[in-house]
Design a protein. Sequence first.
Length: 160
Amino acid sequence: IGLDYYFKEPIRDIQQKVFIEQMELAKKLDKPIIIHDRDAHEDILATLKKYRLPGVVHRFSGNAQMALELVKLGMYLGLGGAITFYSVRKTAEIIRQIPLDHFLIETDCPYAAPVPLKDQRCDSSMLSYVCQKIADIKGISVDEVIAVTNRNAKNLYRMH
């Protein structure tokens, strides 16, 4: 669920109305949320602050300040193949600053395959590149990245 302001349609008012309805449903059903945020950081953050539901911001693309705000709300930041792109320097700094227990790894299937597979259709077999990139940035082992993000996912989705 979320907001996508990249395209002009559907109009923002409609998206915001539906987003709030979906947030209310998630709250009623006691379910975690997976947030799609494209060019809508301020509105997403304001809504998340209002509802304070557990969840993840898929393919996180905000700045460090937003990342810190999301962490304060108990949200996870979704990291996928895009973190391996050479143009995503701000994300590397966020990965350095935020503790590993606030990240999930993910695909963005079928798009955003990691470097060096960027022109291929993305799938979960490529997650090792994401784990390696996180490990390199944080100066830890890939096994630690896998263990912590696996625990994070189990916590979020209540898979104990």
